[in-house]
Design a binder for this molecule. Structure first.
Ligand SMILES: Cc1ncc(COP(=O)(O)OP(=O)(O)O)c(N)n1
Ligand code: TZP
Ligand code: MG
Length: 226
C-alpha cells in the first residue's frame, strides 16, 4: 500500500552512501524522510560489503515497518530474499522473472526502463510491480544514467496501467512538471538527502517542501498495484 499521507502519488526516497555514508546518517536521514512523508524507500548502496548491507537493510526494515512504508532493496536480490523485501532491478541486474520466482507473488518488484516503453511492457509481462523511467534531468547521484524525455511518461500513462516512477535529477522546481507528465511516484536521492552538512532537520524540511510541490492525487492517479 502507498502511504495515505501522500494520497497514492508521492515521493520515493532512494538512499546513497554519497549522501548517507554510515549507519547513523542512513538511519537518521531515512527516519527524517519518513517523518515528513515518503511513500517508498529504496536502500541503494553499491559499495557496502554484504555484511554491512545486511545490517543496514535490517535496520531500515525495522524503521520502515514502524512507519508502514515499504522498503525496497536495490540490486541485491538475495538480500531482498533473505529479509522478505522487494527489489529494484536494472538492465544489468538479475531478471525480473527470476526475482518474481524467488520473492513470490506479493513482493514489490521494480524495473528500470530508461526511455523504453517496450522494456516496460516486457518487465510487466515478467512480473514487475512498477516501472521506472529516466533520468529526466542531470543527476548528481548517477551522472551516467541514460536520458529520457518527459513526453515518455505521458505515453506510458496511455499504454500502461501500473505505477510509473520517474527518476533522475528531480527537485522541488521540476517535480510539478514531472508529475503533470504522468509520473505516480517521484524518485529522488540528492533532492532529499544531499546537503552540505548532514542534518535530519534539513531532510525533513526538504521532504515537506517536495510534498507541498506535489499536486494531490486524483482518484484516477492512484496506482492500485502497490
Ligand atoms: C526507482 C529506481 N529507478 C531506477 C533505478 C536505477 O536502477 P539501475 O538502472 O539498476 O541502476 P542502479 O540504481 O543499480 O545504479 C533505481 N535504482 N531505482
Ligand atoms: C539510480 C538512478 N538511476 C537513474 S538516475 C539515478 C539517481 C537518482 O538520484 P538523483 O535523484 O540524485 O538524481
Ligand atoms: Mg541496478
Amino acid at each position: 500500500m502507498l502511504n495515505p499521507n501522500v494520497g497514492g502519488s508521492g515521493l520515493y526516497a532512494i538512499t546513497d552512501p554519497q549522501w548517507l555514508p554510515d549507519d547513523k546518517s542512513l538511519l537518521l536521514g531515512v527516519e527524517a524522510a519518513l517523518e515528513a512523508g515518503v511513500a517508498l524507500v529504496q536502500y541503494r548502496d553499491k559499495t557496502a560489503t554484504e555484511a554491512t548491507a545486511y545490517r543496514r537493510a535490517r535496520a531500515l526494515q525495522a524503521l520502515c515497518t514502524d512507519y508502514q512504508v515499504p522498503l525496497i532493496i536495490n540490486d541485491r536480490l538475495h538480500l531482498a530474499a533473505d529479509l522478505g523485501l522487494g527489489v529494484h532491478l536494472g538492465v544489468s541486474d538479475a531478471s525480473i522473472a527470476q526475482a518474481r520466482r524467488l520473492l513470490g507473488a506479493n513482493a514489490l518488484l521494480g524495473a528500470t526502463c530508461h526511455a523504453s516503453l517496450s522494456r516496460a511492457q516486457a518487465s510487466l509481462q515478467a512480473g514487475a510491480s512498477y516501472v521506472a523511467f529516466g533520468r529526466f534531468f542531470p543527476s548528481q547521484t548517477k551522472a551516467e544514467a541514460p536520458p529520457a524525455e518527459l513526453s515518455l511518461l505521458t505515453q506510458a500513462r496511455q499504454k500502461l496501467t501500473c505505477p510509473l516512477v520517474a527518476i533522475g535529477g528531480l527537485n522541488v522546481n521540476n517535480l510539478p512538471q514531472v508529475q503533470a507528465a504522468g509520473a505516480h511516484l517521484l524518485a529522488l536521492s540528492a533532492g532529499i538527502f544531499a546537503h552540505t552538512d548532514f542534518s535530519p532537520t534539513q531532510i525533513r524540511m526538504q521532504v515537506t517542501a517536495l510534498n507541498a510541490a506535489l499536486r494531490p492525487a486524483m482518484p484516477s492517479n492512484v496506482p492500485h498495484h502497490l
